[in-house]
Ligand binder design. Structure first.
Ligand code: NI
Length: 167
């Protein structure tokens, strides 16, 4: 087991479908959890992780989109408004769907809003892959996965392969 103690849930685990609760208490345990999530994400060589993926159902997301893996970011209660619906297509992967990458189209421009670990509010218009990653991770908090945007045939194929891999 990884040093961070957290195991990442793998699709089609039904726990990935739970809707996460809003965070209202900004205490030390939230800080600890966020840092353990970052550790888990780095160990798995991912660029983003939602608390849902480690079976903790609160609205917390961590990310590092930097080349050097030295820019950890933490988002509490992240949400977004769509500024431009025109699709941006990107080949997405997910730590909960290991070994599969698929082209997914999402709105190209959003306004991302979140709180930090102290509860202070922030907002930003993400650029490029940050736009994709933010929407992907917020989907996790709502129990959604990128395979939900694929045809059921494709989704079932991925599900069967992952189920077979575990047994
Ligand atoms: Ni994911």
């Amino acid at each position: 087991m990884a040093m961070s103690d957290y195991k990442i849930l793998i699709f089609p685990d039904p726990k990935l479908r739970k809707v996460a609760k809003k965070i209202t208490i900004f205490d030390k345990s939230l800080v600890t959890l966020a840092h353990k999530m970052l550790e888990t994400m780095y160990e798995a060589d991912g660029i983003g992780l939602a608390a849902t993926q480690i079976d903790v159902h609160i609205r917390l997301v961590v990310m590092d989109l930097s080349e050097e893996r030295d820019n950890p970011r933490i988002f509490v209660n992240p949400e977004y408004d769509i500024l431009d619906k025109s699709p941006f297509t990107y080949e997405e992967g997910c730590l909960s769907i290991p070994g599969f990458n698929e082209e997914i189209s999402r709105p190209s421009k959003i306004l991302l809003k979140w709180q930090d670990l102290k509860g202070d509010f922030h907002q930003e218009e993400p650029e490029g892959i940050f736009t994709v990653c933010a929407q992907h991770e917020i989907d996790h908090l709502d129990g959604k996965l990128f395979v939900d945007y694929l045809s059921s045939i494709k989704r079932d194929r991925i599900r069967k392969k992952l189920e077979n891999r575990r047994t």
